[in-house]
Ligand binder design. Structure first.
Ligand SMILES: Nc1ncnc2c1ncn2[C@@H]1O[C@H](COP(=O)(O)OP(=O)(O)OP(=O)(O)O)[C@@H](O)[C@H]1O
Ligand SMILES: [Mg+2]
Length: 234
């Protein structure tokens, strides 16, 4: 369902009046099956976020082909891509941002309203998701009034709002203590299992390392290890 063939992504930067070309991804070929839970690891600058951005359709490859749920992302027009992102992809960004003037419930309603749902439906769905993630009582709280772990759950609820078939999460436990991180990981595992939600997480977390079906390691823009297991170990 996710297919990358010979994907490259080059960035061009000007440094000291010279053009510098950075190859963030180099000849990446990858298949991810429906319902797989894939962990992506690798050092800073390895290309992890670049890879997620390409799968999410927020960035395009310099070369190569990307198909996600049958959609050829490398050739799709911008309008089609934005519909694809809204319907198919749930994305928890590495440096996510919750607009300060929206309550938790409104943050989750946003992608639903963009998808054309009515406000009453969007509100019901947002409340249901916040409830499911254990933060129903924070529906009317603003980002300034909640903790980091709670904010991550809101970001997760927002990513799940339109019932995506693919969830991408970039360092979702990055700033959390061990026990809060572990609660968020349990939620990711639970959604993967119960909804057969294809899940790709960038993280260096040891517990995720054990729970993922598959661990992919990126170094300098290349896949250097890809261990596929058949079953979840925990
Ligand atoms: N918009 C951009 N313009 C120029 N270079 C970029 C851009 N985005 C990423 N890069 C470069 O591409 C390479 C890969 O970046 P990427 O953000 O994918 O790394 P990462 O593995 O996610 O790192 P981290 O663990 O620090 O988040 C880095 O060398 C980075 O500097
Ligand atoms: Mg990154």
């Amino acid at each position: 369902m996710i297919q990358l063939d010979c994907v490259e992504r080059d960035f061009v930067r000007i440094s000291d009046k010279k053009t510098v070309r950075i190859r963030a991804l180099h000849n990446v070929t990858l298949r991810v099956k429906k319902g797989e839970f894939v962990l992506i690891t690798g050092p800073s600058g390895a290309g992890k976020t670049t890879l997620l951005n390409l799968i999410a359709g927020v960035d395009r490859p310099t070369k190569g082909e990307i198909k996600v749920s049958g959609n050829p992302l490398h050739t799709m027009a911008e309008k089609e891509l934005s519909i694809f992102r809204n319907k198919v992809i749930g994305y928890m960004l590495q440096f996510y941002c919750l607009p300060a003037h929206l309550t938790a419930e409104e943050q989750v309603m946003l992608p639903l309203l963009i998808a054309g749902e009515t406000p009453p439906f969007a509100r019901r769905r947002a409340r249901y998701l916040l409830e499911q993630l254990g933060i129903g009582s924070l529906a009317t709280a603003y980002p300034g009034e909640i903790s980091g772990g709670q904010a991550q759950r809101i970001a997760l609820a927002r990513a799940l709002a339109n019932s995506p078939s693919i969830l991408l999460a970039d360092e979702p436990t990055g700033n959390l203590d061990e026990s809060t991180a572990s609660q968020l990981i349990d939620l990711l595992v639970q959604f993967n299992k119960t909804k057969n939600l294809t899940t790709i997480v960038v993280s260096q977390n040891d517990s995720l390392m054990r729970k993922a079906h598959r661990r992919i390691r990126l170094e300098s823009g290349k896949i250097v290890a890809d261990n596929i297991d058949d079953i979840i170990e925990n």
